[in-house]
Design a protein around this ligand. Sequence first.
Ligand code: PLP
Length: 381
Amino acid sequence: VVYLDNNATTALAPEALDAMLPYLSGLYANPSSAYGPAATAKKGVAEARAAVAALLGCSPAEIVFTSGATESNHAAILGALSAASGKRHLITSQVEHPSVLLMCRHLERLGMEVSYLPVDSEGRLDLATLPSAIRPDTALISLLWANNETGAIFPIPEAAAIARSRGVLFHTDATQAMGKIPMDLRQVPVDLLSCSAHKIHGPKGVGALYVRKGLTLPPLFHGHQERGRRGGTENVPAIVGFGVAARLHDELEREMRRLAALRDRLERGILAFMPCAQVHAQDTPRLPNTSNIGFATLDGEELLHRLEQAGVLASAGAACAAGGHEPSHVLTAMGLSKTSVLASLRFSLGRYSRAEDVDHLLRVLPSILLKLMDVPEIIAR
Ligand code: PLP
């Protein structure tokens, strides 16, 4: 099959699997134990911490391993709220991942207040809306670095600088941005950042929360591990796999150019056949691997289904929303009609995507589109 759903999850890199296997068998010691084999596990975790820190451009001591970006997001939001006692206001955007939005809804039910910044039809955030949303009781600003559905990139360095100048903590969900665009947290004044291994060809169930040096937040899980910042015995095999996956991204600029060229080939091919198709967030900075395309008024679910029959796996937006038949909140926030939202598919490329994959899609798609448009193929040809 041709896998074009890398924003949902990625294939585990063979290098990561190889590194993990010993820790799933013989090297099972608890890294907190005092005997020799535990030192090997501890060293595995330390090396992974250094690798993840290198990809983010921060110090290893600023990395806290978690069970994934959902936990990291929750630890950041709840940590900031409990640190800033008395502050009851959060700022986020309308297009965040559900792990942030649903937590915000939950907090609203508990009496907190949340401001949801809007985006324009390109998925762009208007930075001018941020300063006026900040209140004396704002505990945290949390904004996506790159959108999982459209790939649109938010101006995080600028937004974080505004937060810093106003003395408000700033968190970014960088789950989709990590390993896809260069990042140097020494240059970007974010206080907290979430990321996840399974989006960068590491294993599922492990991620990290970057916590800027000097910042101490109450943890989500209390315990001694991770220097008291995240209790619970470390998932050593997964953490080791995360580290190896992070190290695979050392030629990021070259990979970005390769992916962008593949994505452009995909979009050009689709537009050549169907000029009325619409590439969402096309005129905004976006990830090189993500293409979200509206197929006029066609039924996206049906299109997806037929693509699968033709050996192509894509997505109708976010994997977590799939099956729920809820129209994407991201495309809705960009002002698209319900019909246009339901006619939109996301294609997301990864490390193992090749030109042949895109060409296979471009070969099978036209006849599927014609069938859905109810055009007899013989006439269209
Ligand atoms: N944030 C974003 C932007 C994502 O794309 C995802 C993945 O679906 C998550 C958070 C959740 O990550 P995890 O699966 O590691 O909890």
